[in-house]
Design a binder for this molecule. Structure first.
Ligand SMILES: Nc1ncnc2c1ncn2[C@@H]1O[C@H](COP(=O)(O)OP(=O)(O)OP(=O)(O)O)[C@@H](O)[C@H]1O
Ligand SMILES: [Mg+2]
Length: 371
């Protein structure tokens, strides 16, 4: 080799991290042997799926890392099926492997440390997806490992709100979700053509949700934020079945009519034995430049809902241009404008969710033995 030995090559390539796979390409086994040449040595790097620009980016990053060691000819090669099986095995811990065998999400296991936060609302258009996206990114900003699942299969909007430009990749039969703003993102939006109406039957939806939960590589998460479809339909039932440990958070505008519908969705969750943990009021007033506050969607609904459900209001997110713009531009307001009043309210929700800790559950298997 002109300069640098094999160990140095590997050391340099350890700096090339595949964020979605959660490790560097050497540890992932994606670097082949170094072939010595008279003038230049050749390094093979394996890649999994992805658009051509992802390969270009990988090549550039690998080349930059290697430039410190010497001059190399870089060969990018698609990982073959056998390699994919090996990679999948490397990615999944034993707990995930056995959960997959049972076709159950790893989060449903009592040993799972992942808190599943179901963001629900009775009505559509109250800002459920905006709250889900910002809450998830806010949790990641606080240092947690977070993913968001867009389970609103009828109106998926999360990928756009988070500016996700990549599609999921597939390693053997494991779906690797793309990442944006430090969080993993999974949505039906990746699997259907834009502007195509989605017409699903209940069992098909059930299967899709199962696939999203079981076949996706979630890694080790602190929080899974689920943007639930409005209402109390099939998906809520599926989620309850797959994720019996989820906690429900209800989003509502301060309007009286909205509160009533939101209450219904909360009661439906309770009927399914899912703990309702709090209310998040959204679109709560707009403050004009002169400081005047206009309660466009009414006032006080969050408090009313909180008393009815006997859970706290975790935050009241005002109507701001920043929040709307952030969603439209794929750069959530908590990232684009952390000082925006909407961001501050969302960080308040983030901190309240963290502080309250997971819901306590009754465990039938834990019994006190009387002597
Ligand atoms: N606090 C806010 N300030 C300004 N705009 C907001 C706010 N909350 C939501 N919006 C805007 O309102 C619209 C609806 O919000 P969003 O899509 O989050 O609601 P949703 O409840 O998920 O709706 P759907 O039922 O269609 O899924 C979006 O354009 C969003 O940018
Ligand atoms: Mg939505």
């Amino acid at each position: 080799m002109a300069k640098g030995d094999e160990a140095e090559v590997y050391r340099a390539l350890q700096g090339v991290v595949d964020e979605e796979l959660g490790s560097d390409i050497v540890s992932l086994g994606l670097v082949g042997p170094v072939e010595r040449g008279l003038l230049k040595s050749k390094v093979t790097i394996y890649y999994v799926g992805g658009a051509p620009e992802i390969q270009d980016e990988l090549r550039e990053r690998a080349q930059a890392a290697l430039s410190a060691v010497g001059s190399f000819e870089l060969k990018l090669q698609a990982l073959d099926p056998e390699g994919q099986v090996a990679l999948r095995e490397r990615l999944l811990d034993p707990e995930s492997v056995s959960a997959r065998e049972e076709r159950k999400p790893v989060f449903s296991r009592p040993s799972s440390k992942t808190r599943v936060l179901g963001i629900s609302s009775g009505k559509g258009g109250v800002g459920k997806s905006s709250v889900s996206a910002n809450l998830a990114v806010g949790l990641a900003i606080r240092g947690f490992d977070v993913a968001v699942l867009d389970a609103d299969v009828y109106g998926f909007s999360i990928p756009k709100m988070l500016g996700v430009e990549r599609f999921p990749r597939v390693v053997d039969d494991l779906i690797i979700p793309p990442m944006a703003h430090g969080i993993k993102v999974m949505s039906l939006g990746f699997f259907v053509e834009e502007d195509t109406p989605v017409i699903w039957r209940g069992p098909m939806l059930h299967k899709t949700i199962e696939q999203f939960l079981v076949d996706v590589y979630w890694g080790s998460l602190d929080y899974l934020v689920v943007d639930m479809p409005p209402g109390t339909g099939d998906i809520t039932l599926s989620l309850q079945e797959f994720l019996p440990r989820s906690e429900v958070f209800v989003v509502s505008t301060p309007q009286e009519a909205a509160t009533r519908v939101a209450q219904r969705s909360a009661l439906a969750a309770r009927k399914l034995k899912l703990p309702v943990r709090g209310v998040i009021e959204n679109m709560a007033g707009f403050t004009a430049d002169d400081g005047t506050n206009y309660p466009i969607f009414g006032e006080g609904g969050g408090q009313v809902l909180s008393s009815l459900l006997e859970v706290p209001v975790l935050g009241s997110v005002p109507l701001t241009m920043g929040l709307r713009r952030g969603g439209d531009q794929g750069s959530p307001v908590v990232v684009a404008a952390p000082d925006d009043p909407a961001s501050k309210a969302i960080f308040g929700v983030v901190d309240a969710v963290v502080a309250m800790g997971p819901a306590r559950r009754y465990r039938a298997d834990l019994k006190v033995q009387a002597k």
